[in-house]
Design a protein around this ligand. Structure first.
Ligand code: ASP
Length: 514
């Protein structure tokens, strides 16, 4: 089913429980078990009703995907943002309806370069509105600045459901409609179909925004356009893809670090755009360093009221001495904030003090968006510096578990043998093979049933527990000891996790109120 709706939800739009992958529930459960505090209630119902397909909203902005070419064999000469998304989605039928119910929001129809930051702001709101009653959103844009669209959405959308961004390197068709004279070998239909499949799969729940093109899945923070014309243009240089889509198989084998916060409110960024005006975002520019370049651009930007400048430096962030002099003056006299990055395309920049923040391994164009949002949400550069260290460079950190979780397999201690009744007592064995006889000890390396001791039947409690699918350590003396040691380990883990989360929350709250 395909329907088109206006860009904003109507007040009576029907609430709908999102699909949840079992893995997301498992992640939440694991985090809860590890002591994640202040769990928000999980959204109900992980499973759609029989025959109910995931609802995916395509929020379309144009780009080459919607491009009309001069001929069926014309890949580089076309008018971007021409065909309406509803028509293009129609071309994907009936195959698309096999796995998703799709709605379309035609947000705009232009090249990626045609959008302002205020429109970026509106796009975030449109995506959040769509996610309110859909299971996921696919945003289509031109590829030129797709990585910026993606990172903006990643930083601002306040919803854990999948957001997938896609587009095309070759225009869709050369005819009057999207189904007429389709371009030979266009990548648009496949990219659109597979991105909807990815969103419907829920595999990237809690990943933030991901970019899907050419059957690959990339993290918004890390991905960049690496070639002006090739279909495999998108690359994640340092870390590689998150996964890929082979036919109807979505395979995800890596995750952005924020997925670890899936079960808590720590997952959300401080950049809730509903709390600031669409035109509140201040100008931030990028200075590209090269051999002996002048610093006049920095001075002119500062004089024009630019709030921040990202320097794309050489190597680990170096800029020319003229640029350095201009930077010092702009910071001192005009309060301009600077973020230092590298023009090399990968690798980190560290250090930074005063009005200079280290951009970590953010690409200059990504650092610009984080600096822009930082300037919109805080006046305190220390808070912004913290955001660059946390949101800007999120890392997996399990070091807190090192002193609390044993490094080797935890084995239950030998249980006390249960007292055996005397012959003749109720429950005592009589003849071999009669009811009540102990089970034979396992041979040939067979593993005793949970709760069983050598030569003894599983205790009724263990049998009940096994039947109920419970863990073996939930019954018996050994179980009590196991529970006590496990609870001890968990208590320590809870302490470490709580402390870490508390610190992070305080840092984020400081940013919100700062
Ligand atoms: N010029 C186009 C744009 O960014 C390129 C594309 O869509 O791939 O909108």
């Amino acid at each position: 089913m395909v329907t088109t709706r206006p860009a904003r939800n109507t007040p009576d739009s029907r609430p709908r429980a999102g699909l949840r992958r079992a893995v997301a529930a498992a992640t939440a459960g694991l985090l809860a078990a590890a002591g994640a505090v202040a769990l928000e209630p999980l959204a109900p119902a992980a499973v759609a009703a029989d025959g109910d397909k995931p609802k995916i909203v395509v929020v379309a902005t144009g780009g080459t995907l919607a491009g009309k070419a001069g001929g069926r064999d014309t890949y580089t000469s076309y008018r971007a943002g021409t065909y309406p998304m509803a028509d293009m989605v129609g071309v994907l039928q009936p195959e698309l309806s096999a796995f998703a119910d799709v709605e379309v929001v035609q947000f705009g129809n232009a090249g990626s370069g045609g959008y302002s930051i205020a429109q970026y702001h509106d796009l975030t709101i449109a995506v959040e509105d769509a996610l309110a009653d859909a299971d996921g959103v696919v945003v289509t844009t031109g590829t030129d600045t797709m990585e910026e669209f993606a990172y903006w959405l990643d930083l601002t959308v306040q919803n854990k459901k999948p957001v997938v961004i896609t587009g095309a390197m070759r225009p869709w068709a050369a005819g009057n409609t999207a189904s007429e004279s389709m371009v030979l070998g266009t990548d648009g239909p496949a990219n659109l179909l597979q991105s909807i499949r990815l969103a419907a799969s829920q595999e990237t729940y809690c990943f933030g925004t991901v970019l899907s093109l050419n059957d690959e899945v990339h993290a918004a923070r890390d991905v960049t356009k690496g070639n002006s014309t090739r279909n495999d243009t998108f690359v994640t240089r340092m870390s590689g893809v998150l996964g890929w889509i082979d036919g109807s198989d979505v395979i995800i084998n890596r995750a952005p670090a924020r997925v670890l916060d899936c079960a808590t409110n720590d997952w959300f960024t401080p950049f809730d755009l509903r709390t600031v005006a669409r035109d509140a975002h201040k100008r931030v520019e990028i200075f590209y360093n090269a051999q002996a370049v002048g610093g006049e651009a920095i001075t002119a930007w500062a004089d024009a009221g630019v709030a921040g400048v990202v320097t794309a430096g050489t190597g680990a962030g170096g800029i020319s001495s003229a640029a350095g002099t201009a930077r010092t003056a702009a910071a001192r006299d005009k309060g301009v904030w600077f973020v230092s990055t590298t023009r090399t395309g990968s690798g980190s920049v560290s250090g930074g003090s005063g009005n200079i923040i280290a951009g970590g391994d953010l690409l200059p164009q990504k650092a610009r968006l984080l600096l822009m949002l930082s300037r919109s949400f805080t006046e305190d550069i220390a808070v912004a510096r913290g955001w660059f260290q946390t949101l800007g460079s999120p890392t997996f950190d399990s070091s807190a578990l090192a002193d609390t979780v044993p490094p080797t397999r935890v084995v239950d201690p030998e249980p006390e043998p249960e007292p055996q009744p005397e012959p003749g007592e109720t429950g005592a064995p009589t003849e071999p093979g009669t009811p009540g006889e102990p089970a034979p000890a396992p041979t040939d390396g067979a593993v005793p049933a949970p709760g069983a001791t050598d030569g003894a039947s599983p205790s009724p409690a263990a049998t009940d527990a096994a039947a109920a699918g419970a863990l073996p350590f939930t019954g018996g003396t050994a179980g009590t000891v196991g529970i006590v040691s496990l609870l001890g380990a968990l208590a320590l883990a809870i302490g470490a996790t709580t402390l870490w989360q508390h610190r992070r929350r305080v840092a984020l709250e400081r940013g919100l109120t700062g």
